[in-house]
Write a protein that binds this ligand. Structure first.
Ligand SMILES: Cc1cc2nc3c(=O)[nH]c(=O)nc-3n(C[C@H](O)[C@H](O)[C@H](O)COP(=O)(O)OP(=O)(O)OC[C@H]3O[C@@H](n4cnc5c(N)ncnc54)[C@H](O)[C@@H]3O)c2cc1C
Length: 492
């Protein structure tokens, strides 16, 4: 007997396994249909690298739904209009989805829930994209956290409690398997959807998806360390945990010339892997640790996951972060905003090798190493005295893992306008290169035109004129600009 149908709306959870909202739906009925809504406006604003990652992940997800016995519909339009229409077409009793933390998406969550309920449908909502839901972490006084240290301690405490409870599902930390033996729509319903262009037939490729696949415009597929789809994300996690990368993370994470980090940021953002799956893998690696150093490396990696959740809860509770500085006085900072300097930064032509190498890595691969994100952000804000929001926007236009919460958090941290307490943290790009790219391997990789220059000259940035061969002189002098930035800062 077919039980009442549920519709599951995929958003930033492009996977079948360990998907809390989906698992809850599958526990209620096998008559389950998936849907992903392509919003043309957000698609147009998306970095080409993200469009690529999305398209490829959707192809795999659609196949996974078929293997599980049902289907994933891919529809184009405004979710608020489309989902009630689709729910009516498939006669869904309940529409289920995982909640989001971004301000516009939170509003959509509310509006859609109201709309569906008005139509007489039930809704089923879960938190899935963080280990601890953003509304579950509060200070002793019941307020959201503004400081990372105490947030992280509470976050770890709650994780330890969950681990002790050992239960499955939202209350526990053990990853759940994918749903199986689902039931597809009946032929009448399929025909109605096909007629409206909302469901491809099983034999015909999904034309919307094909269009998305053919038009992403991303040229760095081979260089990008983030791989789309649920299968690739699991493989990346296995490689990171089982080949000793996680246990060497403490040191390797700072060396951009090496593959010392997981490359899972896009997978976590699009939800091709769940935070519980990565947490679980880290705990399995912990069991095999042979030294305190190895354990410490795992602690530090977990701390990065905590940063991810810190920024998510920050944006959830303080949606105003999206549009301006967390510290109000920064709104009055007299940015110089020199367009030609900004353009030089974007193009990787500032004349500062470590900065230019990082910006070229972003342009060519759609990704940039975290150490280099901090270096180029500090350089844009504190050496070029450009509004951090210019950099934030540029990153979103190019990053495969571009994420409002993490990107805004990273930029506000680098600028000093955010929740972090140290506004005058200024990175010297030459010292950074000396420490973290001592053999200039990273610089040479991304600035091949300087491959002939000596390591000492590349990391100090003092490249003899004859050896520059068209590579520019530094656009600014670090010491001078640092002093000017401090003087400006004193005025706000
Ligand atoms: C200016 C700036 C902008 C940034 N923009 C983004 C962004 O748009 N999207 C994004 O996912 N990360 C962003 N980050 C954080 C970080 O650089 C990336 O998450 C990291 O480089 C991804 O590489 P990885 O997956 O190999 O990370 P790993 O080192 O393997 O870390 C594991 C996971 O932890 C999370 N993480 C790690 N570091 C941070 C951090 N500092 N803040 C938040 N989450 C973190 C990511 O999900 C990452 O995949 C930004 C950092 C800065 C300084």
């Amino acid at each position: 007997m077919i039980r009442s149908r549920w519709l599951f709306w995929h958003r930033r959870d492009l996977r079948l396994s360990d998907n809390l909202g989906l698992a809850a739906a599958a526990a209620m009925t096998p008559a389950l249909t998936g849907v992903f809504v392509v919003d043309p406006e957000s698609l147009a604003a998306m970095a080409p690298a993200r469009r690529w990652f999305l398209a490829e992940s959707l192809v795999e997800l659609q196949q996974s739904w078929q293997k599980a016995g049902s289907r994933l519909l891919i529809a184009q339009g405004d979710a608020l209009q489309l989902l009630p229409r689709l729910a009516a077409l498939v006669a869904a009793e309940t529409v289920a989805w995982n909640r989001d933390i971004e301000p516009a998406q939170c509003a959509l969550d509310r509006q859609l829930a109201e709309r569906l309920q008005l139509d007489g449908r039930k809704i089923s909502l879960h938190w899935d994209q963080t280990l601890i839901p953003p509304d579950k972490l509060q200070t002793g006084a019941g307020n959201p956290y503004k400081v990372f240290g105490p947030f992280c301690r509470n976050w770890r405490r709650q994780l330890a409690q969950k681990a002790l409870a050992g239960s499955l599902g939202p209350e526990g930390l053990s990853p759940l398997g994918p749903p199986k033996n689902l039931q597809d729509l009946d032929p009448k319903c399929r025909a109605a959807l096909e007629q409206q262009g909302l469901a491809p037939s099983r034999k015909e490729p999904d034309s919307l998806l094909q269009k998305l696949r053919n038009s992403h415009g991303f040229k760095g597929v081979d260089l990008c360390p983030c791989r789309p789809g649920e299968v690739a994300a699991k493989e990346q996690l296995t490689v990171f945990c089982e080949r000793g990368l996680i246990t060497a993370y403490e040191i390797a994470r700072n060396l951009p010339a090496e593959t010392g980090t997981s490359g899972l940021s896009a997978a976590l953002n699009f939800g091709t892997i769940s935070p519980r799956q990565v947490w679980h893998a880290a705990q399995a690696s912990r069991e095999l640790c042979r030294s305190q150093e190895e354990e410490q490396s795992i602690n530090i990696w977990e701390q990065e996951l905590a940063w991810r959740e810190f920024y998510q809860q920050a944006l959830f509770h303080f949606p105003e972060l999206e549009t301006g500085p967390f510290r109000a006085k920064w709104a009055a900072f007299p940015w110089e905003n020199c367009l030609s300097w900004f353009e030089a930064w974007c193009e990787g032509l500032t004349g500062v090798p470590i900065v230019d190498a990082a910006m070229r890595q972003l342009a060519h691969s759609g990704w940039m190493h975290n150490r280099c994100r901090m270096i180029v952000a500090s350089f844009l804000v504190k050496d070029l005295i450009c509004d951090w929001r210019w950099g934030e926007t540029f990153f979103m236009q190019h990053l495969v893992d571009g994420d409002l919460a993490a990107n805004n958090g990273g930029w506000q941290w680098s600028a000093g306008s955010g929740m972090d307490q140290k506004p005058l943290r200024i990175f010297n790009p030459y010292t950074q290169a000396t420490k973290f790219d001592p053999d200039a391997c990273y610089i040479r990789r991304w600035l091949p035109e300087l491959a002939h220059v000596s390591t000492a000259d590349l990391i100090s940035g003092r490249i003899p004129s004859l050896e520059r061969r068209g590579y520019p002189e530094p656009v600014v002098e670090h010491k001078l600009q640092q002093a000017r930035f401090r003087a400006y800062h004193a005025t706000i």
